[in-house]
Design a protein around this ligand. Structure first.
Ligand code: LRH
Length: 473
């Protein structure tokens, strides 16, 4: 068994954090050493991630962890899926483009002119979503591709900056649309369909692979020592979150709820039948080769972008807690909207887009802030509840309860309404499931804990008790 604590770098679409964790058979302790904003920015009409400011946050968090003085065994990085960085001779070429840039929608149209959607699904097993990497590439709008010799996904880029390793971790690779769903290997045919030379795709590694020690410059910058390994975790944040869902996968659905809401079940192999495609479900690879059969829901983005717009209008902070309390007090029937409509994908004036969704269909749009907030929560809860039940049917899982993890677990109205509409109990928490899943996989790789995913989930169950919401009549 190797000694020491582990560092989880968890990059979300709106913020990143670095967490110093200690994991043993008896418990998981976590200390946040840095939390920093992730603020995309538009430049020359294109929406980018600001990777340099994220890298600064990572270095500051890792340095703060080093200053704690306890021995550190390893570091692992997870982030949102689908986005990529281009490199040449090991160096980053430009700032990665954000999946919410409107080239994604153009790319999705371009791809469907080249391939039949049923054939595409049979090959990559993914829900058709404009943001998928294959669509971004198919837009033909990435001028840097010609100059690049390597494509890395976002967590792999940070693992590369930390260790020099050049590889793509498989759970996140499965969000690209470039993997063959049955073999879980890069598909040269899908790469070519996206206009990509297959040689740009580095070797795939599985979660739990030791990628190597820290680069000298990182050791000097952070004060971490030579023995620290960079370990590939479930680098897709959803994969890490699902590791830490305290569920019995044979009887539960999960909802990983943050910017996005990922609603599904865990199964042993991809389900590639037409019913799955028609229901807009996706097959993503999980840790230990499990498959996440899930529906990708627009998620709390709808609420955060609405609040961001009101803050812009008001020129001040809009507090979420009173807003949700007023939303909970809204009486009468709440008409719901299709949260998955592509019109909600881009940043900008969300309240106007929501109102237009209703009026274009001859329905009364919610008008007060409380009503708009309630319509968002109700529409998300309706989609969560329907998707959880559908996931069970499609995956052959007898769903008796729903586990909701991530930031959404703090939203009691959302949890309660999901329970009511599903007619099933909802167990909320842990909020920090993604970081916990990241820490657990590292701790298992370095030998501090042993066991299957069930054993890891059992540890989460013993250390984090969820809040139970029973369905109301
Ligand atoms: C959630 C998530 C989701 C999608 C999206 C891009 O953070 O990773 O699973 O892949 O972001």
């Amino acid at each position: 068994m190797s000694d020491g604590r582990v560092i989880a770098v968890d990059l979300g679409a709106t913020s990143g954090r670095v967490i110093l964790g200690e994991v043993s058979r008896d418990g998981i302790s976590m200390q946040t050493t840095a939390r920093f904003a992730n603020r995309p920015l538009r430049m020359q009409g294109r929406l980018h991630w600001d990777v340099l400011s994220l890298w600064r946050g990572v270095l500051e968090g890792v340095s703060a962890a080093a200053r704690e003085g306890a021995p550190i065994a390893s570091v692992g990085v997870d982030s949102w899926g689908v986005d990529y960085a281009l490199l040449r001779a090991g160096r980053l070429l430009g700032n990665p483009v954000h999946y919410r840039d409107d080239r994604s929608l153009r790319g999705a149209h371009a791809l469907l002119e080249r391939v039949d959607p049923a054939d595409l699904f049979a090959s990559n097993g993914l829900q058709h979503m404009p943001i998928n990497t294959i669509n971004q590439l198919a837009s033909g709008e990435d001028a840097l591709l010609d100059a690049a010799d390597t494509l890395l996904l976002i967590p792999d880029l940070f693992a590369h900056l930390l260790s020099g390793a050049v590889s793509v971790e498989r759970t996140n690779a499965s969000t690209t649309g470039l993997l063959n769903a049955e073999t879980a290997q890069w598909s040269p045919d899908l790469a070519r369909l996206a206009g990509l030379s297959p040689t740009i795709l580095p070797p795939l590694v599985d979660a739990g692979t030791a990628l190597g020690g820290l680069r000298t410059d990182v050791r000097e910058e952070t004060g971490l020592g030579g023995g620290v390994e960079v370990i590939a975790v479930g680098s897709h944040d959803t994969a890490s979150a699902v590791v830490a869902v305290p569920m019995d996968a044979a009887h539960a659905a999960y909802i990983s709820c943050g910017t996005w809401g990922l609603v599904g079940v865990e199964v042993a192999a991809p389900v590639l039948c037409e019913a799955v495609r028609e229901a807009s479900f996706t097959n993503e690879i999980g840790v230990d080769g499990r498959v996440r059969l899930l529906h990708n829901v627009m998620g709390l983005w709808l609420l955060s972008e609405t609040v961001r717009w009101w803050e812009r209008v008001d020129g001040g902070v809009v507090e979420l807690a009173p807003l949700l309390a007023e939303a909970a007090a809204v009486r009468g029937h709440v008409d719901t909207f299709d949260v998955d409509d592509d019109v909600f994908l881009a940043p900008g004036d969300m309240p106007t887009r929501i109102a237009a969704w209703y009026t274009e269909r001859g329905r009364r749009a919610p008008s007060t802030r409380a009503e708009i907030t309630r319509s968002i929560v109700e529409s998300l809860a309706r989609t969560f509840a329907d998707s959880a039940r559908r996931a069970g049917r499609l995956g052959g899982v007898d769903v008796r309860e729903i586990h909701l993890v991530g930031g959404g677990a703090l939203n009691a109205l959302l949890c309660q309404r999901t329970a009511d509409l599903a007619g099933l109990p909802v167990f909320a928490g842990p909020v920090e499931a993604t970081a916990i899943g990241n820490l657990l996989v590292q701790a298992r790789t370095s030998g501090r804990i042993v066991g299957s995913l069930d054993a890891l989930r059992d540890l989460v169950r013993r250390t984090h008790s969820p809040v139970r919401f029973d369905p109301r009549p």
